[in-house]
Each structure stands twice: as C-alpha cells, then as structure tokens.
Write a protein that binds this ligand. Structure first.
Ligand SMILES: O=C(CO)COP(=O)(O)O
Length: 299
C-alpha cells in the first residue's frame, strides 16, 4: 500500500476533512476549522437509458440532517434515477439509520489503502462496515485546498473500488486554466491519472466540475458542459475502450439548482448532477433528481 505523501502526512490539514464552497477563496483563507458539508449525488444509469443524480448541501448538524433526511424520505423520486447522498463522515451513521434504502450513501473522502495507523483517516473497509456504498474522490477542494495530487487520487479510487466501494471521480479546471484554453488538457491529465490505477470502470461515475462554477452561482452553460462531457467520452473511447466510453456516466457539478437543471439535463452527455448548495432543500434536490429522468430527457 502506498504511504501518505509527505506533504499530507506532515500537514495539520491531514487531520481535517473539511471542504468549503469556493476553492480559490477558501484556499486563501486557510481552512482551519472548516466543517464538512453534506453532499448529495445523482447520475444516469447510461446503459439502461436511465438517469441518476448527485447533490450536496451546506454544513450539516444533527438537526439539519434530520430535517433533510425527512424531506428526502418524503420526496417522490423517479425510479430510473440513482440517488446518492454524501454526508460528512460523522453523520453517515445517522443518515444510514434514518434514510430510505431508495437512496444510497457516499463518503466525501477515504484513505488511500488498507486501514492501519493513519490517525484521522477513514478506510474503505470502515465505509463498507458502516454500509456506505460510495465515495467522492478528487473533488476540487481536496485537490486545491488539501493538496491531493492526481496520482494520489487515482490510487485512492483504485483501492476503494477493490473494496467494492463505488467511486464518483471528480475532474475539472480552474478559471485561469479555462481562460488559458487548457480545459481539455487539465481534464485529460486528471482522467489519465485515474486510468493509470483503475482497470474496471463499472462502478465509476465521472463528475465534471469546473472549479469556477462550484459554489459561485456561475453555472456552466449547457453547451459548455456538454462540450467537456463529449470530450471526456471521446477520451475514454481513445484511451480506455469504446464500451466504457458509451456506458460510463458523466455528471455535471457547479451551481446546479432547481431552476437550471432541466436545460442542462437535456444535453445528451450530461448523465446527472453533483449538487452542492441546492441540495440543502429536499424539495429542490428532488426537482433536480427528477430533471434527469430518461422520461423527461426523451420528452
Ligand atoms: O461542489 C459541488 C458538489 O460537490 C458543487 O457545489 P455547488 O452546487 O454548491 O456549486
């Protein structure tokens, strides 16, 4: 098993797992006491022509999570949409014990290898033990605030998959990278690092999240998102296999809300969403989930 990279092991941040909105701004602020936020997820089961979704929410507390779980339990969710919620580690048990089985549960991070003496870390084995089926990896906040690099993230993904934990693998460019015309280069480099470690893509969902759109209210246009999703699919065709290219789910994240989800969901290669702020309200999250149903996409 790979050891923790020195930059992570020696950093006080290695004990934090606290993503905040707006990676660049948060990086400048030193995320000393950043609490984890509740995240939800969704994606389309592409092979079956169905849709699933992912979303997230604001800082969780026992009370706010209890309210959100009640709203989700009461929501009518299209049956062809797989729905995943990703609470902070410390609330996973509460969510597992109160949320309908209709919705699966994800962690926001996991240790890179087999569990051991890595104080503050949570292993894939522990996620399995607690019934957590998914993990989000490579989120821009973990890359840009916590300093996780492509290789480290790819290895985490491979180990989680080896333990039957499904992976939402995030990619996405910074604003300056987009402005410099490097969007595809950045995304392809991040994809290659996943591909260097992953051999079976069945349980992987790719989440394209342009960093400039996360928590900013500045959503990518459907055309901007679709352009990258198509490029990602082409990348898989060339570098992995045509089968994986056509079956892998590619979801979009970054300021998705109940008002803009329908237009995004119409795009052929947008298979669902990774939602942050808008998933704080159960009814809004349900609207986003139901926007990616194959019935509406087909309409
Ligand atoms: O980072 C995100 C989901 O993980 C996206 O957050 P927002 O939907 O708040 O932009």
């Amino acid at each position: 098993m790979a050891a923790a990279p020195s930059y992570l092991a020696s950093s006080p941040l290695s004990r934090l797992a606290g993503p905040r909105r707006g990676a660049a701004a948060a990086a400048a602020r030193a995320p000393a006491a950043a609490p984890q936020q509740l995240r939800l997820g969704c994606y389309r089961r592409r092979a079956q022509r169905v849709v699933a979704m992912a979303g997230s929410g604001k800082n969780g507390t026992k009370d706010s999570i209890s309210k959100l779980v009640s709203e989700l339990n009461a929501a009518t969710l299209e049956s062809d949409v797989d729905v995943v919620v990703a609470p902070p580690f410390i609330y996973i048990d509460q969510v597992k014990n109160s949320l309908t089985n209709r919705i699966e549960v994800s962690a926001q991070n996991v240790w890179i290898g087999k569990g051991g003496a890595y104080t503050g870390e949570i292993s894939a084995e522990q996620l399995v033990d607690i019934g957590c089926q998914w993990v989000i990896l490579g989120h821009s906040e973990r890359r840009n605030i916590l300093g996780e690099d492509d290789e480290f993230i790819g290895k985490k993904a491979a180990y989680a998959l080896s333990q039957n934990v499904k992976v939402i693998a995030c990619i996405g460019e910074l604003l300056e990278e987009r402005e410099a015309g490097k969007t595809f280069d950045v995304c392809f480099k991040q994809l290659k690092a996943y591909a260097d470690s992953i051999s079976n893509w069945t349980d992987v969902v790719i989440a394209y999240e342009p960093v400039w759109a996360i928590g900013t209210g500045k959503v990518a246009t459907p055309e901007q998102a679709q352009e990258v999703h198509v490029a990602v699919r082409d990348w898989f065709k060339t570098n992995v296999s045509p089968d994986v290219a056509s079956s892998i789910r590619i979801i979009y994240g970054g300021s998705v809300n109940a008002g803009n989800c329908a237009e995004l969901a119409k795009k052929e290669d947008i298979d669902g969403f990774l939602v942050g702020g808008a998933s704080l309200k159960g009814p809004d999250f349900a609207t986003i989930v139901n926007s990616v149903t194959s019935k509406k996409v087909a309409a």
